[in-house]
Design a protein. Structure first.
Length: 308
């Protein structure tokens, strides 16, 4: 990459995600859980611009509430930029401008998408040409969802969710997502799930977590009706316990025509699978009329990439 190009402002975009299937194993000695997930990247994107700067700084705005997003070294995108700089031996800094559209602390991987976009943008800004496999390894240091935000499409994640295998998904799946103000803390949701599992009604799988083969068949067939029969999220019980009003939203969406509804990831965003784009628009109208902020998205979409 030329010196001239290396001084330009770089724009990158990365998608939010839905967990179509999420099985959580028992808590390990280190406090973490093995999981098995079917991820799908959806058309709700985070935008990141990277430009040369003597320091590492970040500014955050967006169409969602960004009040809880840190603008210091706790910011995942800024940490991603520092990783790329260290890897390339870059001695300067970078200013990141982030425009968020994925709900904050909403279970759709918005912070991970920011980090993925920052990895791609900084690599391009500094002429690194690190390549996707190298960026995936860096992303895994930042969090389990970052490698998938880099990959995009549809994938199966195992281990902590960062061991990824692409999954074949035919056609397009249409979703309506309903974000809620006041996100849920992912560690808190996991802790609450562990507490619930101490009771008689909920228990972790006796085997290691795995994705139901019915999910893979439905994705491969491009069949939303079949997929609706097997979507699952082990974190949903904990999210509903912590935020009981989500149950009413799920019931309303399913009564208004959704094929299936579920809490996305650790929540509190709720996602509804529909028969197609027309059904999604009808459901969006119904939920909006009921006072919800309902968004129509589709997947799968590509992962983090430079725009323009």
């Amino acid at each position: 990459m030329s010196e001239a190009l290396a001084t330009e402002r770089v724009h990158a975009r990365a998608p939010g995600k839905l967990n179509l299937f999420f099985e959580v194993g028992a808590v390990q000695d280190d406090g973490y859980h093995d999981v098995a997930s079917a991820y799908q990247a959806v058309s709700l994107f985070e935008e990141v611009w990277a430009e040369p700067s003597p320091e590492f700084t970040v500014s955050v705005s967006g169409t969602v509430d960004v009040a809880g997003v840190p603008a210091d070294d706790r910011n995942l995108a800024l940490r991603a930029a520092r990783l790329v700089a260290k890897e390339l031996g870059h001695e300067g800094g970078v200013h990141l401008e982030i425009v968020k559209r994925v709900p904050v602390a909403g279970g759709m991987g918005g912070g991970s998408a920011d980090a993925a976009a920052a990895l791609v943008a900084c690599d391009a800004l500094w002429g690194g040409e690190l390549g996707s496999a190298h960026l995936q390894r860096l992303g895994a240091k930042l969090g389990a969802d970052v490698p998938f935000a880099l990959m995009g499409g549809t994938a199966i994640g195992t281990g902590r969710g960062d061991r990824l295998s692409p999954a074949l998904a035919q056609g397009r799946f249409d979703w309506v997502v309903v974000p809620f103000e006041g996100g849920l803390s992912t560690p808190e949701v996991y802790r609450h799930l562990d507490a619930l599992r101490e009771g008689p009604d909920i228990a972790p799988p006796l085997r290691g977590p795995s994705v139901d083969t019915a999910v893979l068949h439905a994705l491969r067939a491009g069949d939303p009706v079949a997929l609706a029969q097997c979507v699952r999220n082990d974190l949903q019980s904990a999210a509903l316990s912590l935020q009981p009003e989500l149950r009413e939203t799920l019931e309303l969406g399913e009564s208004a025509g959704a094929l299936a509804g579920m809490v996305s990831g650790s929540g509190p965003t709720v996602a509804f699978l529909t028969l197609g784009s027309e059904a999604a628009l009808d459901l969006q109208v119904s939920l909006t009329a009921a006072g919800y902020n309902a968004l129509h998205v589709h997947g799968p979409v590509p992962g983090a990439r430079v725009v323009g």
